[in-house]
Design a protein around this ligand. Structure first.
Ligand code: SF4
Length: 236
């Protein structure tokens, strides 16, 4: 069933521009199209497109409680520029309180299991809440961000979250993203100028060195698993 829907979406939108595809999905799934932003470069491109499109597409962000001040700064600038509401989802207070009581504030450095537990509490559970009741989840995924993303398509079915994913920037290069941001005067996280490319929580993100993989600055102390569970749910 989901495979048929995905094939149909891919076929119907194959000659559409990004603006046309946004309009198409907003019309096909009224009130059930949602975009998750963490205010990174790709997300800011999509916010700009959505705000200019005037389509019925809502935007939300996950506030893990461990974000950089620079991320809150670009969040604030984005609200001011576009005057579009961005809903915020927090982790369950009791889960965070229990985690810190049991393991302290920085348990994610101790083991992969602890890191995944923190990501689950602070990201995956709130994400599940944000996506509930929606039909299409727009993401800022790009294929060149990670080897795991090479086989993604513009539309995917995410069996983990039981939702259709739309990845409009899948084939964009970083250069195209940066050009769009600069030509359209889109607010950007100040950390990008300091060598940060993919920006998540402050204790789990560092700048990358020239030549390093784009995701090398995320959970750099781990040898693999450069995902937090948001985009690694199984496909159907
Ligand atoms: Fe926790 Fe780090 Fe995951 Fe943020 S990125 S939720 S601080 S483990």
């Amino acid at each position: 069933m989901s495979a048929t829907i995905i094939e149909s979406l891919l076929d119907k939108t194959k000659d559409f521009s990004l603006e046309e595809t946004l309009a198409f999905i907003a019309n096909e799934y009224p009130g059930k199209v949602i975009f998750s932003t963490s205010f990174g470069q790709e997300d800011q491109v999509i916010t700009d497109f959505i705000a200019k499109s005037n389509q019925d597409i809502s935007i939300f962000t996950l506030d893990t409680g461990r974000l950089f001040q620079e991320t809150y700064d670009v969040f604030h600038k984005t609200l001011k520029k576009y005057k579009k509401q961005i809903e915020v989802y927090f982790p369950e207070a009791a889960s965070v309180e229990n985690l810190l009581k049991q393991k302290g504030p920085n348990s994610f450095y101790d083991s992969v299991e602890n890191r995944k537990e923190c990501c689950f509490i602070r990201k995956v559970v709130p994400l599940r809440k944000a996506l509930a009741g929606n039909s299409v989840w727009i993401t800022g995924l790009r294929a060149e961000q990670s080897e795991n993303r090479n086989d993604l398509q513009l539309f995917e079915y995410d069996g983990g979250f039981e939702i259709i994913k739309f990845n409009p920037l899948l084939k964009w290069t970083l250069e195209e993203v940066e050009t769009y941001l600069s030509e359209n005067n889109v607010p950007q996280n100040a950390l990008h100028k300091q060598g940060f490319v993919s920006i998540g929580c402050a204790p789990c993100t560092r700048a990358i060195f020239p030549g390093e993989d784009i995701r090398a600055g995320r959970w750099w102390w781990e040898s693999s698993h450069k995902e937090c569970g948001l985009h690694s749910a199984k496909k159907e």
